[in-house]
Design a protein around this ligand. Structure first.
Ligand SMILES: *[C@@H]1O[C@H](CO)[C@@H](O)[C@H](O)[C@H]1NC(C)=O
Ligand SMILES: [Zn+2]
Length: 480
């Protein structure tokens, strides 16, 4: 059953998520584990160790020197000026123009944009009123891609389940014509988010007229979390929206007492297709400019909150990489390309377009990195690649002991946008950081600058820059 879901929602399954890391987590000195013993030649290890001075120089410059506070300040200016940047909006395009100008102010002029056709889903009026057993307004947030209700809304009785399995045990006549509420408790994101993607189709299969899900978050102060949903083929489309944990539990308690609940749900939205852009900033390599080390984050966000965390943080630490290197006159052998992806939230649209457009040059991607799981304190990298590739990265991560960022997580499918490229066998990594609270804020109004911390962002920029620089500069390519 799980696989059926994965096939249908593969595109969406990977957005903005720290996946459950089932793979080995190796703390600290990775080369001490058997896996890396004798994998790398001694001279390569020595070569990598010699980068310690450059790492220290970058850390010093970013954490205590002229760049101190810059990543946070620039992110704050950006977020405060543009706010949310949903795909298809003019504000997203304005924010892309702004990033190009900002990059130029840093004397970086090798910037190109590539057009991408993106879907637009625009939220309209949304409202839920409980009619029975008492009058109550229930705050609601439609899920991205949901259809509308009729203007007068859908008025129906409520059935509450806790899981898809629960639903299977119900008879069709118990659900027919009802509003189905999924009160499924957050366990891990990738386990729970299936309710966001698939609740509408599962509900409709049983004859329900609308689906409400408990917001996908482990923590709530009456908070609403949106995100993309999808409709299965050949199943009636019904509206789908998120309610708070508090209201999902309220409805469950009342329902369990056998008391009839009646809701009216009103949801409006519009759809369109627009042109957006991926932005590519190249910091040219001096020996092999055709070879690329990519750092990246996405510039679009959800339409609520400010997209300061998802993915303003990842965008700005990736923006900072060529800026810091240019200021320090550090010139790597290979080109470092900083990519600002567009329309990640609606299904990795920018990344798919990039992959298609650059497919015949994919051999040139030496390594691809992405930060889209928060920019909390750096811990290391989650790395996809063969054992030798991982051991090289592990050796590089040893240079970050002073900031506690030496952990290598083995993850065959790291990141969100970059999964589109990593699945072709390109080695890559996502930013492994102390993001335990990421889903408190994710896709909600609380994704604001308040989540970010200036010093912690400095650590992130310094780490990201130094790691990318070494990978772009060492004598060997990252093997495939
Ligand atoms: C949907 O229905 C069409 C036409 O009957 C059929 O060709 C297609 O295979 C169906 N798709 C699925 C996923 O069942
Ligand atoms: Zn994201």
């Amino acid at each position: 059953m799980r696989y059926v879901i994965y096939l249908l929602i593969l595109v969406y399954e990977v957005q903005c998520i720290p996946r459950n890391k089932n793979s080995v987590s190796v703390k600290g000195n990775v080369s001490n584990i058997d896996k890396c013993t004798n994998v790398l030649p001694e001279d390569l290890k020595e070569e990598i160790a010699e980068y310690q001075d450059i790492v220290n120089e970058i850390l010093q410059y970013v954490i205590e020197g002229d760049f101190k506070g810059k990543t946070y300040d620039e992110l704050a200016k950006f977020v405060d000026m543009f706010g949310p940047r949903p795909a298809g909006s003019e504000v997203l395009e304005d924010s892309i123009d702004y990033m190009i100008k900002l990059t130029n102010t840093q004397k970086l002029y090798d910037v190109v944009t590539e057009e991408v056709t993106v879907p637009q889903w625009k939220r309209g009026k949304e409202k839920i009123v409980m009619y029975e057993p008492r009058h109550k307004i229930i705050p609601v947030l439609g899920l991205g891609g949901s259809i509308c209700t009729p203007p007068e809304g859908i008025t129906a009785e409520v059935v509450v389940v806790k899981s898809f399995k629960d639903l299977e045990n119900l008879k069709k006549h118990d659900v027919l014509g009802k509003i189905l509420v999924f009160n499924s408790k957050f366990t891990a994101y990738d386990e729970t988010v299936v309710y966001r993607y698939d609740a509408a189709s599962r509900a409709a299969e049983k004859g329900a007229v609308a689906a409400l899900i408990r917001s996908i978050t482990p923590f709530s102060i009456n908070s609403l979390h949106t995100g993309m949903m999808s409709y299965r083929e050949n199943i009636t489309n019904v509206p789908a929206a998120a309610i708070t944990i508090e209201d999902a539990e309220l409805l469950k308690r009342i329902y369990d007492r056998g008391v009839k609940i009646v809701l009216n749900i009103q949801m409006q939205s519009t759809r369109d297709t627009k042109i957006s852009r991926n932005t590519l900033v190249d910091y040219k390599g001096i020996q092999n400019p055709e070879k690329l080390v990519i750092v990246s984050g996405h510039i679009d966000s959800w339409d609520i909150g400010q997209g300061a965390m998802d993915d303003g943080g990842g965008l700005f630490i990736s923006w900072a990489v060529p800026v810091i290197l240019r200021r320090l006159h550090l010139l790597p052998k290979r080109t470092i390309r900083s990519i600002f992806w567009t329309a990640e939230e609606l299904g990795l649209i920018g990344a798919f377009a990039y992959e298609e457009r650059h497919r015949n040059q994919s051999d040139n991607i030496n390594f691809i990195m992405e930060s889209d799981e928060g920019t909390f304190a750096p811990l290391g990298l989650s790395v996809a690649g063969n054992q030798e590739a991982r051991c090289i990265i592990a050796e590089i991560l040893k240079l970050f002991k002073s900031i506690n960022a030496s952990t290598l997580i083995e993850d065959d499918n790291p990141g969100s946008d970059i999964t589109v490229i990593v699945k072709n066998g390109v080695p890559g990594a996502s930013f492994y950081n102390a993001n335990d609270r990421y889903f408190w804020y994710h896709h909600s109004e609380s994704d604001t600058m308040t989540v970010q911390d200036s010093h912690v962002m400095d650590l992130g920029s310094a780490f990201w820059t130094a790691a990318a620089y070494i990978i772009a500069d060492i004598s060997v390519d990252i093997p495939r």
